[in-house]
Design a protein around this ligand. Structure first.
Ligand SMILES: [Zn+2]
Length: 346
């Protein structure tokens, strides 16, 4: 049993309250308000809802157009991954996982290339680390779909990259195994949005180019969306219409996407998102925590600070050179906090 004192970013609406949190056996047992002033912020850890940590072997690619960078089978990342040894692949992914943990992320969902072997490499990188929860979405390779039994689902690139009949077969086999199915859509243009939607995925990635009609269709179909704002900027894909998606009632979460393009640091994603796109501290924090947990089916245990949830917490100082003087702990956390303001991760 341990009790923490601080400004708690409390509940599903992330209301800052001063008080105490009591944790027993890793579970939040009690939350008490108090007027005692504190020097720390206690916040829920991040859920990074979309990554490709397999390309952690490439950290500084040239500024190429999106297809030349990531499109299978011959985009730069796929060429480099083919030439990368198994041990280099695993050790580079291990580094990205450790970076996620140390920058306050408690769960992530990775789209893993390379079929069964690719999924196994990620399992090898994660090991049995209790500090982070991982959802792995594999994709078929020459050996077919034998990856499915050892991961959580299938995560495809765009419907434009594969034959429609083949996609239907992948979907059917994924559903027969009662696994999740998700894919990228609307990253470069709108041509793959409708076909992606028609597959009835568990969620879609990007929707950078989604128009009013696309947003209405996605909302009507009740399909969640994971956006990757920094990734869209560096690939010059545009600005995802996140406020419009939220207004339409779509459940939206955030991912840092390819490690090749971005660090896995969710503080960077929050600051970028709030200053270039959403201008709403509370929504941005929700997209980076609770909404990701909801999309990944782990909101009963993670994503916010409530009694009964797991204590997946980060404790940040209010007194660093960066943080001293903040008036609103939530705004300070979203707009300017950095990993070096973290005192402790629980
Ligand atoms: Zn992606």
């Amino acid at each position: 049993m341990q009790t923490l004192k601080g400004t708690i970013i409390y509940g599903d609406e992330f209301e800052p309250i001063d008080g105490y949190i009591t944790i027993d056996d890793g579970i939040i047992k009690k939350i008490e308000e108090s007027t005692v002033a504190t020097d720390v912020i206690i916040a829920p850890c991040f859920v990074n809802a979309h990554t490709h940590i397999g390309d952690s072997v490439i950290k500084d690619p040239p500024f190429l157009p999106l297809p030349e960078l990531v499109q299978p089978p011959d985009g730069l990342k796929h060429r480099i991954l083919r030439e990368t040894s198994y041990s280099d692949l695993v050790s580079s992914m291990k580094a990205s996982i450790e970076d996620m943990i140390q920058t306050g992320t408690c769960a992530f969902c990775d789209f893993r290339e390379g079929g069964y072997a690719g999924v196994q490499a990620l399992h090898d990188a994660i090991g049995n680390d209790p500090r982070i929860k991982t959802l792995i979405f594999g994709r078929p390779d020459d050996e077919g779909m034998n990856y499915l039994d050892s991961c959580d689902g299938t995560g495809l690139s765009s419907t434009n990259d594969l034959e429609p009949g083949y996609i239907q077969d992948i979907l059917k086999q994924t559903r027969e195994k009662k696994k999740k199915f998700a894919l990228h859509a609307g990253e470069r243009d709108q041509t793959d949005i409708l076909s992606a939607l028609e597959l009835g995925p568990d969620f879609l990635i990007h929707l950078t180019t989604a128009g009013e009609k696309n947003i209405k269709d996605i909302a009507d179909a009740n399909i969640p969306v994971v956006v990757c704002p920094r990734s869209n900027y560096i690939t010059r894909s545009g600005i995802p219409p996140i406020a419009k998606m939220l207004d339409a009632g779509i459940l939206v979460a955030v991912g840092t996407d390819n490690v090749m393009l971005n660090s896995v640091n969710m503080f960077s994603e929050m600051e970028f998102l709030v200053k270039t796109n959403l201008y709403d501290d509370r929504q941005v924090f929700k997209l980076c925590t609770l909404n990701g947990a909801k999309i990944l089916g782990m909101d009963k245990e993670s994503g916010s600070i409530k009694i009964g949830k797991k204590a997946r917490l980060m404790i940040l100082t209010k007194k660093s050179y960066n943080m001293q003087g903040i008036q609103n702990p939530l705004s300070g956390l979203v707009r300017r906090a950095r990993p070096d303001d973290i005192i402790r991760i629980i």
